[in-house]
Ligand binder design. Structure first.
Ligand SMILES: [Fe+2]
Length: 526
């Protein structure tokens, strides 16, 4: 008896959705076929996308997600509102992945997806151009919400996404920290990541998006990785991996994981070995590397990839040896460019998270536009008002750039009070001068007097041209030098002569004067 009641309840539960489905299909909708199974007839609700992913010069993956399993069709073509090509899959699925092949190189395609007769809007994307041809890349990230607004995404991020869409980039790279936190609550995580993908997919309609993992995007530090949400947000691999590489338009792209469990803020061990192989084995002359944490942070000093100085120097040396053009990161919520021995380091972390105000500036919401061609790379940082805030171009043929970084000295930070200087290329000769004093080829410690001090730094390039920067330090607390200003008029002024030369000239002058006086006195006596 109990068994027959259970069977009856199950039968009713089975019929209920069918009855509801029939009610829905009675609504006039010419796009919905009344033939076929129930799942084919139900109108589609697009939970994700459609987005364009893994774009090459001849193929692209179109992804979208429906709330229930349905069939899949992509209509596409080279003319707007005229999708004359079609790829379909009758297998009902929730995650729809249709690969378009045989596409024309460097071309703009329009596409529209359909599931169970319900069509999306029409979107467009560009296939990769030929190797060495021009393309536009956008880099941004650190869009995560603040603690008091999470899981709601910042309005600044949504606004930046609209600006980036208007740029019509070929490809987009995101620098991490997409959500505030990954918790033990699956429903919270789903909600937080859905808020991120709802905004991000608006851009994903038009360009492939690749992202590196940020420290806020995993709970690795509590012992559980929970990378499934990050993997789900980006359709950028055949097999999900927190680090990977690919080629695009003749450029080699490497995405690193600076959040490795037990190796937070380090590129080491197996991943470092993989990186060496990856950069060694590519035949591409231009290489772009990305990670969430920067090598030369401005806010997270000693708590980014500079955490382990030996590994940091090793990574910089690897980039130099392998002719890496660009290393871009986030983590610091600001914009900064620092060229070190020919490697351009960019922090593009102004995607919407609370900005960091440091002595080095760059605290504005932004995206980085990178225009790439075979002989030139243009970097442009653009803020929320579409104002260009910084531009830089490769190849760079100006004088050596001199930049300073400071090491604090307290129990939480690495010991040391000397500033560190970085040069845009390896100088032939470097001279330092405290308070306008004698030049020295080695940098000595801060003067003892607690006061404002100047430090002039001169760097001579291979063509014999001198660059000069003057930095001002306030040593009221000698343990924590505070850069008040960097007068930083980069010029090609030669350094003043060393003090010993001045001293010798002075002595010679005084002796000469004395001799002249003695001669005159003797002449007078006569
Ligand atoms: Fe971060």
């Amino acid at each position: 008896m109990r068994r027959s009641i259970s069977f009856s309840i199950a039968f009713v539960l089975f019929l209920l959705p069918l009855l509801l489905g029939l009610v829905e299909t009675t609504t006039p909708n010419p796009a919905v076929s009344l033939e076929g199974s129930f799942t084919e007839a139900a109108p589609a609700h697009f939970v994700r996308g459609p987005t364009v992913n893994l774009v090459t010069n001849s193929s692209a993956l179109i992804f979208w997600r429906t709330d229930v399993p349905m069939n899949s069709t992509v209509d596409y073509g080279l003319e707007e509102s005229n999708p004359n090509l079609t790829v379909s899959n009758s297998t009902v699925v929730g995650d729809h992945r249709i690969t378009l092949t045989g596409l024309a190189m460097g071309s703009k395609y329009y596409y529209q997806v359909t599931s169970n007769g319900t069509a999306s809007d029409e979107y467009h994307f560009r296939t990769a151009p030929a190797d060495g041809a021009e393309f536009k890349m956008i880099v941004f990230g650190d869009n995560r919400p603040d603690t008091d607004t999470a899981p709601v995404q910042p309005q600044e991020y949504s606004d930046l996404v609209d600006l980036v869409i208007a740029e019509e980039p070929h490809i987009v790279i995101m620098t991490g920290d997409y959500v505030l936190i990954v918790t033990e609550s699956h429903s919270y995580n789903l909600d937080a990541w859905e808020r991120f993908t709802n905004i991000t997919d608006r851009l994903g309609h038009y360009a492939p998006i690749y992202g590196v993992l940020g420290n806020h995007d995993t709970s690795a530090y509590t012992g559980t990785l929970r990378l499934e949400y990050f993997f789900d947000a980006f359709e950028m691999y055949s097999e999900p991996s927190p680090y990977s590489s690919f080629d695009y338009a003749g450029v080699h792209f490497t995405l690193l994981n600076s959040e490795e469990q037990y190796n937070n803020g380090r590129i080491t061990g197996t991943q470092y070995d993989w990186l060496v192989d990856d950069l060694t084995n590519t035949s591409r002359s231009m290489k772009f590397v990305f990670a969430h944490q920067p090598l030369y942070p401005l806010q997270h000093i000693n708590s980014a990839l500079d955490r382990n100085m030996t590994e940091m120097i090793r990574l910089q040396q690897l980039f130099e040896d392998m002719n890496v053009t660009l290393f871009a990161a986030g983590h610091d919520h600001l914009f900064n460019r620092l060229t070190v021995n020919g490697v351009v380091h960019i922090i593009a972390g102004g995607g919407g998270a609370p900005l960091y105000h440091t002595p080095w500036g760059g605290a504005f919401f932004h995206y980085l536009k990178v225009d790439v061609s075979s002989g030139q790379v243009d970097f442009t940082a653009i803020d929320l008002s579409s104002v260009t805030r910084e531009q830089y171009q490769l190849p760079y043929d100006g004088p050596i750039e001199i930049e300073a970084r400071f090491l604090a000295n307290n129990t939480l930070q690495r010991n040391g009070t000397l500033p560190i200087f970085y040069f845009s290329e390896i100088p032939d000769e470097v001279l330092y001068s405290w308070d306008g004093g004698s030049n020295s080829t080695t940098l000595t410690g801060f003067p003892d007097e607690p006061d404002a001090h100047t430090l002039d730094v001169y760097a001579n390039d291979s063509e014999g041209s001198w660059s000069h920067e003057r930095f001002v330090f306030n040593t009221y607390n000698p343990d924590w030098p505070t850069p008040t200003t960097s007068t930083s008029t980069t010029d090609t002024e030669s350094p003043p002569p060393p003090m010993d030369v001045v001293l010798i000239l002075g002595i010679v002058g005084v002796v000469s004067a004395v001799v002249v006086v003695i001669i005159l006195m003797r002449f007078k006596r006569k």
